[in-house]
Write a protein that binds this ligand. Sequence first.
Ligand SMILES: [Zn+2]
Length: 369
Amino acid sequence: MSKMPWFRYYSETSHDKKIDLISEESDLHFLIVHGVWSILLCLANDSPIRGSLYITKNKPFRDSFLAEDLHLSIEDTKKIIECFIEYDMLEIDENSAYKISNWDTRQFQSDNSNERVEKYRNKRKESGLSVAPSYDTKEVCNRYGNACVYCGSSINLVVDHAYPITLGGTDDPDNLVCACKGCNSGKSGRTPEQAGYKFINPIAEDNYKKYLSQNVTVTEAEEVTVTSVSASASLYDSAFVYNELSLKNKIEEFAKLPIPQSPLQANKHPLIALFMAGSDYMPPEKEYKNIIDTFSLIKGRYKDHNEIVDDIKKYSIAWTSRNNKNGEKYKISNLVWFYEWFLNDSIPNKKPYNRHSLDNMIIDNVEQP
Ligand SMILES: [Zn+2]
């Protein structure tokens, strides 16, 4: 792993309005907010996944660890982290780790290019494409007027596979567009619809549609159609921004989502989506309540409890095997366990749900179908 012992710190930070607002909102002195922000940047720079807060490649920083590093109480740590998220300075990544917003665009492209290239090559190899791309970046960008087809920026342009390689997209010219690094990394492995991106370049949009109609069929794994995915996917994505108030409304919205026809679309299943959205960075009591609410909202749509349990198992196995994340598998097993626990009102002295009490659970208790 190539580590950079330094990163770019922008002098505008010293008079960033957001820091003042966060100081007001969190009731913490603005120097504390500045200090915390600097330490978070340092931690993100030293992280094995640069730009995100990881202790090891698979282990994200949790609030309790952060509180220690920051010499703050856990309450103050949570408060200030929440504010950074609210002001879009931090994001939550797919492993529920904190991620510095715009790290890649704010840091220099070459800073972590080795890792990027490596990752990109592996992605191509896994998808059966030749490691060396068959296109010329300059030529592709020229074709789209040297501007990002999603935002119009003309800085840091790269080639984006509109239909991503990870979902089976190819180097077909119709699938190649010009995008800025920010849009490209923000989209990361998702279709434009899933990422909530709109084409501002009509030629790119036409080419993409043509590519989809010729290459992406309903028999393919994701069963992606341009329109059906976007609504639930953007709702799903938006829920990953932890915001207590908006999440309350989202639970109801989630519960109304159509149950997907195929387990291959497991992440669109309201239960799975909600569970993934609400877990880990939410205090256990809140998570508990949110999940209970979801179960209550959704149970009317099933014949009986067994049917729900079956569905959770079916969809969660599909989801976890597709994403191949042990951590997620663990969480999903919890979901099944938790649902069974929720049903069984007769358990005497039923203890309140607590994530830590599940630590010794056997994670393979979900059988393969
Ligand atoms: Zn862009």
